[in-house]
Structures are given as structure tokens and as C-alpha cells.
Design a protein around this ligand. Sequence first.
Ligand code: T3D
Length: 265
Amino acid sequence: MTSDLGNLTTIEFTKENQVATIVLNRPDKLNAFSAAMHQELYWVLTNIANDDSIRCVLLTGAGRGFCAGQDLDERKGGEKMDLGEKLENGYNKNLRLLKTIHAPIVCAVNGVAAGAGANIALNCDIVVAKKSAKFIQAFSSIGLIPDCNGTWLLPKLVGLARAKAIAMLGTPILAEQAVDWGMIYEAVDDEVFDTHVSDLVDTLAKRPTRALTFIKNIFDESYGNPYGAHLDRERDVQRVCGLTHDFAEGVAAFKEKRKPEFKGH
Ligand code: T3D
């Protein structure tokens, strides 16, 4: 199969003003992940990962939901199966690629995010949700564990006690509760959600992209680094930041009392 970004059927993909927008687009099924959607997302993420001009990525869903996780119509009821292979060639392949993207990734959760849909959102750098949206660790309701690195992310975001409970019970967590728990960044009134998200991605796309790339990566790295080694990492990364155009411009703009014009490098 070859990539043809002109012929996407399950995803909408646009690039404008250095912002790449990915819309999961199977609204009749609450944007549940089909095999075709995995493939198309892989093509789209590859395109973004190879495009240095992109300075912000927006991921959202079409219609009333964000994503209901795995398309269960692609799974036969009443049959056991090897899901390891499905995960490796679908969600995991895409998440590994997502992690290589240098630009900040905003997930705009426009409605229900269930199963893999919830955890794909949590893999993004900044998660904003409509107040009416909810997050459901739906996995255990069909005999599974949270995947898409949910078992890695959730305890770090909400703490072990809440992570275990919502994973075992499949309790729907409303957006405002998710903010209170530290699961996501913000919950926004439905009526102003689109404008709010658009302003957020425009703002991010104008900020010093190189530094933002380092920020997202070094926070992730921190979980595996000893204290002293992490200080060394900050020193080394700050050394590179100090050599960028955007650092020079940021300080100059501060001194000249004007708005900085960052170029992303
Ligand atoms: O298999 C593997 O590869 C392993 C990996 C697994 C990763 C996972 O994601 S496992 C978890 C899979 N997801 C779920 O179990 C969630 C199932 N969906 C729901 O529980 C509910 O639909 C929601 C709570 C998400 C939303 O409820 P509600 O009442 O707002 O909507 P609805 O009426 O249930 O759904 C609307 C339509 O979407 C409906 O179709 P219909 O009846 O109008 O023709 C429904 O069947 C369809 N839909 C929703 N989720 C899925 C789905 N169709 C296929 N797969 C789905 N996951």
C-alpha cells in the first residue's frame, strides 16, 4: 500500500500557517479506530514528522465524539484473539511515530474519548477538552487492560489510587474532573471551544519551537533520569537553546520592549 494523502477516507489532514491539523473522521462510529484509520494516521504522522516547517500539531475528532477507541465491529464477538500483534502494528506503531514529532501536539477533545481514544489524547502534549466531554478507560469492560501507554501515563497524571480505580471500574471522568485530577490541561465551555483551540494552536505556532521541542522531550525523559543526570541534561539542552535565533530574539525583544518574532529555530 502506498501513501496517498490526497485520498484519505478516515482522517482529514490540512496544513496551514505552520499548523498541521488531524481530524479523526468516522463520526458515525464516534471516530473509532479501524485498520484503515491506523494506516492513514501513520501516513499523516510520517508526513508531519518529515516536515520541519510545522510548528504546532492539532489532533481532534469530527462530530460529537473525539474517539471511541478500537472499532469493535472489526473484532468478532465470542472469539479469543492475539491482540499483541494488533497493538504493535496499529496503536503502538503510531504512538512511537507521534513521539518523534518535534512540534507541540495539542489534543482538542471535542466529545467522548473512550478506550484507546482516551489514551491517545493523553499522549499529546497539551490536552484541552469541551466541558461536555468525558474520558472513559473502557478497556476492562471488555476484559482488557488500558493500552496506548495508559498504564504508564495514568498513574503519573492522576496518581496510582485514581488510576487503578478508573481503569478497573471504567468510570466516565468528566472534563472538569479530569482537570482537577491533573489528567488534562483545561476544560473549556462548548460554545467557545473551537475559537479557544484555534487561538491556542496559533499562539503555540508562534512560540520558540526549538525550545518547545526540548521541553516536551525533557519532561518525558525526567521519569527515567536520576537527579544529577537530569541536571546535566538541562545544562546540555540549555546550551543548545542559548545558541538559537529565538533566544537571541527573545532577549533583544525584552530589552527593546517589543513583541518577539520567533522563527522556530
Ligand atoms: O482490539 C484491539 O485492537 C485491542 C485494543 C483495544 C483498544 C480499545 O480501545 S478497547 C476499548 C474499545 N472501546 C470501547 O469499548 C468503547 C465502546 N463504546 C462505548 O462504550 C460508547 O459508545 C461510548 C461510551 C464511547 C459512547 O456512548 P454513546 O451513548 O454516547 O454513543 P453510542 O450510541 O454508544 O455510540 C454511537 C455509535 O457509535 C453507535 O453506533 P449505532 O448504534 O449508532 O450504529 C455505536 O455502536 C458506535 N460505536 C461507539 N463505540 C464504538 C462504536 N462502534 C464500533 N466500535 C466502537 N468502539
